[in-house]
Design a protein around this ligand. Structure first.
Ligand code: FAD
Ligand code: NAD
Length: 471
């Protein structure tokens, strides 16, 4: 039987990063992964690289280029005689990017001498893992340390069965070969907004049916209100407080039945995307058989260092508590590998950035006002609207705002929220500031390049003390 210092189950961003860091630290390392790519071949990178972060951003980029060309270039004095797009080519470009990056992980495995075991891993007890390969043969490997990183899969809802012909999950919605004339997205969360935006920008009439009465409840209220207004302007029809009862396909159309405060409704469309959250993949690893503790929702129970209740078994990424974000999982992977090597690494869960890749982007780090009120914290806020930013005016991207929240007594930054172009990049200034326990005054004293969107963060920090310069 082959034996390794570390065996990781799952090669998504949590697992493959855990493996690379383990190998860098001198551990003999193997990764078991069962993913089969679109080309029918085993593929590394998990959800994120194959059907998540990367392909969705590739399509967001393509669709945004088209949207800019149709809706903004005229204001710059640029005219086209004819403009068209080719959906299969966009999808092929996206597939090419996925291929490059998943091959890149293969290269990194080779470079770091990581063994790739293709197939499904199952805990067998006594530091052993059974691997069922794609041709159904079985093998057993031994590991001094096991890191479980089996990730998550789309949740479904009763009476709405995904067939990826008319009713799609998020992976299926990345592969449409034509723009649906009418698209219904169930769930106006992160995936719903990102994929809804892709197809809206290409001309689809998109309706988002959201169960909650509140739009994006974990986002700062001022940001979510500004975003709702802007998304409505872009043509996303977001209907809150809806209860989907069923969806059925017939004669190349789908009909969705739903209820809201005004009664029962029936909506006909060409395609439906179900984006109602994700569930942890913990049902096929023999958790019960080996006594691995799960919580009531199926997440593997871990402490702050990602240790499970079993000795030498760790779990990282979407399979454990906390936000389902690639970078959160990767940092957990690094932490576990480094702690195995005797280092004191920890993840600062208070400073994990979130980004929703709409246009403009929504990004935040730290606490919202709602959370601070609930915790009876005394705070002050500073807000700067993008309409007052010279760079935003030059870009023609003036919808949005940046907000800084600081402790009323100590001035320490507690949260930063933005709805702004390139917020995914700009938020990192706030993350670094919070990692270094910066105050709003620290941000005020930093010289920001002019003209740049980052000046809006500078101004929001100044506004915390009531002294913005440009509003
Ligand atoms: P996963 O990426 O899910 O990988 C788990 C791997 O384990 C898979 O390869 C799976 O096949 C394998 N596996 C499972 N069980 C077994 C087993 N028993 N044996 C062997 N292998 C197994 N996050 C962001 O931070 N930014 C984004 O922009 C972003 N966009 C997203 C867009 C979409 C459409 C989706 C669906 C998700 C997006 N996410 C994004 C979330 C992100 O993809 C996940 O948080 C991330 O992939 C989780 O990483 P992971 O390694 O924990 O699990
Ligand atoms: P989500 O939790 O962001 O949104 C799901 C939405 O569906 C919620 O608003 C929820 O209230 C709603 N909902 C649930 N049941 C419903 C029902 N029966 N009818 C109508 N609405 C219903 O989940 P998601 O959008 O599926 O994404 C899953 C996770 O993947 C995210 O939470 C995030 O962690 C990750 N992700 C991250 C990014 C990013 O970082 N940019 C992008 C995509 C996905």
């Amino acid at each position: 039987m082959k034996s390794f210092d570390v065996v990781v189950i799952g090669a998504g961003p949590a697992g493959y990063v855990a493996a690379i860091r383990s190998a860098q630290l001198g551990f003999s390392t193997a990764v078991v992964d069962k993913w089969i790519g679109k080309d029918g071949k085993p593929s590394l990178g998990g959800t994120c690289l194959n059907v998540g972060c990367i392909p969705s951003k590739a399509l967001l980029e393509s669709s945004e280029q088209y949207y800019q060309a149709t809706s903004h270039l005229e204001t710059h004095g640029i005219r086209f005689k004819q403009l068209s797009f080719d959906v299969p080519k966009m999808i092929a470009r996206k597939d090419g990017i996925v291929h490059t990056l998943t091959q890149g992980v293969q290269y990194l495995f080779k470079k770091n001498k990581i063994t790739w075991l293709q197939g499904e891993g199952r805990l067998a007890g006594n530091n052993r893992i059974t691997v069922t390969t794609h041709d159904r043969s079985k093998d057993e490997v031994e590991a001094q340390h096991i890191i479980i990183a089996t990730g998550s899969a789309p949740r479904d809802i009763p009476n709405v069965e995904t067939d990826n012909e008319f009713i799609f999950d998020s992976a299926g919605a990345l592969n449409f070969q034509e723009v649906p004339e009418k698209l219904v997205v169930i769930g106006a969360g992160v995936i719903g907004l990102e994929l809804g935006s892709v197809w809206r920008r290409l001309g689809s009439n998109v309706v988002l049916l959201e169960a909650l009465d509140t739009f994006l409840p974990s986002v700062d209220e001022q940001v979510s209100q500004a975003a709702m207004k802007e998304f409505n302007r872009q043509g996303l029809d977001i209907r809150l407080g809806t209860r989907v009862l069923s969806a059925k396909a017939a004669k190349k159309k789908v009909t969705v039945q739903y209820q809201d405060a005004n009664g029962d409704h029936s909506l006909e469309c060409d395609k439906i995307v179900v984006a109602v959250g994700r569930k942890p993949c913990s049902d096929r690893i023999n958790a019960e058989g080996v006594g691995l503790l799960l919580d009531e929702r199926g997440y593997i129970h871990v402490d702050e260092f990602c240790k499970t209740n079993l000795p030498n078994v760790y779990a990282v990424g979407d399979i454990v508590r906390g936000p389902m974000l690639a970078h959160k999982g990767s940092e957990e992977g690094v932490m576990v590998a480094e702690r195995l090597a005797g280092e004191e690494t920890r993840v600062n869960y208070e400073a994990i950035p979130w980004v929703i890749y709409t246009a403009p982007e929504i990004a935040w780090v730290g606490k919202t006002e709602r959370q601070l009120k609930q915790a009876a914290r005394v705070y002050k806020t500073g807000v700067f609207p993008l309409s007052a930013s010279g760079r935003a005016q030059a870009m023609g991207e003036t919808a949005g705002l940046v907000k800084v929240i600081a402790d009323a007594k100590t001035d320490r930054i507690l949260g930063v929220h933005m709805f702004a172009p390139s917020a995914s990049e700009l938020i990192m200034e706030a993350v670094v500031a919070m990692e270094f326990a910066a105050s709003a005054e620290d941000l005020q004293r930093v010289v920001h390049a002019h003209p740049s969107i980052s000046e809006a963060l500078h101004e929001a920090a100044l506004a915390v003390d009531g002294r913005p310069l440009h509003i």
